[in-house]
Design a protein around this ligand. Structure first.
Ligand code: ADP
Ligand code: MG
Length: 478
């Protein structure tokens, strides 16, 4: 039988505000448990929530970036449920009138095709606290620092048809919120969490199948695996004569499987109603205009500009613009270096990224600043450095030995480009290895590499490789 997969994602992005959505407590990650939860976050009786304007600004920014409807009037609602990390007994969310509705995002797929994914809505809500199951033998600890952190829940249409498409969409949203500066996107810290709704149906069937919702997958790799596992599981259930149950499932990366967590609630189970403590959010046109005017260049626009303006291949443009900080780094290095854009791109995508990966660092913490890389690029472009010497300089910059010019000076790493100096080196080597020269002249081309190596050695690695090759060839053939 031919099955088709249907997926819709609900993405929770923690908004990068300093204080919480309804209180003045800090949202900084990693503080001692329960040191950043004030009376409002604890849900003590008699307190009143006050909306953080910055959270609204973030939501509107997102709405405008995806060409969505930004609702001039939206409503906060109480979503009632009991959980130990939710002391009020309800979460303040938006239900019937979310702040953002009906947008879309174009995702790029393997092989260069693209697809438009509908975004049903994006609403503001507060995060819950955290239950800590690990450190307390036989008990669970409750940390309410996260309670009240602003979230934007971004709900997609069920437009995704494979795990790969779901990952491409999740990555595109991740890149977008980071570009917009409204979410730090840190998945380990839970700033960006993805729930996947997955169902299968027979090809050609109109109605959707029953879905299962996989909660809180914290990496793109796990998202792909969790969805693929879930697809197989559902197909097995149906082909075995059973039917899929609507439920919430958890992905276990250690066993690479999803497990049932609880039966799926329906909206009416939450008894949503407008929160009487909060006024409707009414947006003035001037506010929206101001947000629109402050929108940065979007990832897709940036990528296009990198292709047309810098003449970079699509792959390079996609790589560099996937992260705004990386794109900024590239542009700054290029400006300082004044070199070919492709040379700068190769360095950022190659040596810089490899060193960052190895050190487990983000571009923001790169010990070689964009200006320093630019200084290196300048010396490659003006032929002071060969590729090999440049790598040596880069390593020294990484180790904190100063900028490129200082290192070139200190280590005497200037490339030899003086033609007569190279000729002298070549002649010296040819005089030293007459047997090899004979071999070459009798047709054994392989010794050419050996002779190149000897000249480079004599030049202490500093001869310009292209010139060295040309001079050696000329002399051997002459
Ligand atoms: P809830 O809020 O109860 O989780 P929604 O109807 O708002 O339910 O849908 C949540 C997500 O599930 C959306 O992203 C939507 O696209 C997706 N979805 C809805 N029905 C299906 C289905 N049959 N298969 C896969 N995804 C679905
Ligand atoms: Mg849901």
């Amino acid at each position: 039988m031919q099955w088709e997969t249907v997926i819709g994602l609900e993405i929770h992005a923690q908004l990068a505000t300093k204080s919480k959505i309804f209180s003045g407590a800090s949202t900084a990650f990693g503080a001692e448990p329960n040191t950043q939860a004030c009376a409002v976050d604890l849900g003590l009786p008699g307190v009143l929530p006050v909306l953080n304007e910055e959270a609204v600004r973030c939501a509107v920014t997102f709405g405008l970036a995806i060409g969505a409807e930004v609702n001039r009037r939206s409503i906060f609602a109480r979503k009632n449920y009991f959980y130990p990390d939710l002391p009020k007994g309800y979460q303040i969310s938006q239900y019937e009138q979310p702040i953002v509705a009906r947008g879309e995002l174009v995702i790029e797929l393997e092989g260069g095709s693209s697809k438009v994914i509908g975004i049903t809505r994006a609403h503001l809500e507060e995060d819950a606290g955290k239950s800590l199951h690990e450190d307390f033998h036989g008990m669970t600890g409750i940390d309410l620092n996260r309670a009240g952190t602003p979230l934007l829940e971004i709900v997609s249409e069920p437009d995704l048809r494979s795990a790969k498409e779901a990952v491409a969409y999740a990555k595109a949203i991740h890149s977008l919120v980071r570009h917009l500066g409204i979410c730090d996107g840190n998945m380990q810290e839970g700033s960006f969490r993805v729930d996947a709704n997955v169902s299968v149906r027979l090809k050609g069937q109109r109605e959707f199948g029953t879905r299962a919702e996989i909660k809180n997958v914290n990496s793109f790799r796990f998202l792909e695996r969790a969805i693929n596992f879930e697809i197989e599981r559902q197909i097995d259930v149906i082909e075995g004569g059973g039917s899929v149950v609507q439920e919430t499932r958890l992905y276990d990366p250690d066993r690479d499987e999803t497990r049932s967590m609880r039966g799926k609630e329906e909206a009416h189970d939450y008894r949503y109603f407008p929160d009487p403590d909060l006024l409707p959010v009414v947006l003035e046109e001037s506010f929206i205009d101001k947000v629109r005017a402050s929108l940065p260049e979007l990832p897709a626009e940036k990528k296009q500009r990198f292709i047309t303006h810098y003449g970079l291949p699509a792959y390079d443009a996609a790589f560099l613009t996937a992260d705004r900080a990386l794109a900024d780094y590239f542009e700054e290095a290029l400006k300082v270096g004044g070199c070919e854009p492709k040379l700068a791109a190769n360095w950022v995508m190659g040596d810089v990224s490899a060193a960052l990966n190895k050190a487990g660092l983000e571009i923001g913490a790169c010990p070689v600043s964009a200006a320093m890389l630019g200084g290196l690029l300048k010396r490659i472009a003006d032929n002071t450095l060969s590729g090999k010497l440049a790598k040596e300089v880069f390593e020294a910059m990484w180790a904190g030995e100063g900028d490129a010019d200082a290192i070139i000076e200190k280590k005497g790493l200037k490339q030899i480009t003086d033609e007569s100096a190279i000729e002298a080196l070549v002649d010296g080597v040819l005089a030293q290895f007459p047997a090899q020269v004979e071999e070459f002249r009798s047709g054994k081309d392989k010794v050419f590499g050996f002779l190149v190596g000897q000249v480079m050695k004599a030049a202490k690695g500093k001869a310009n490789p292209a010139q060295l090759n040309a001079v050696l060839k000329k002399r051997l053939e002459g």
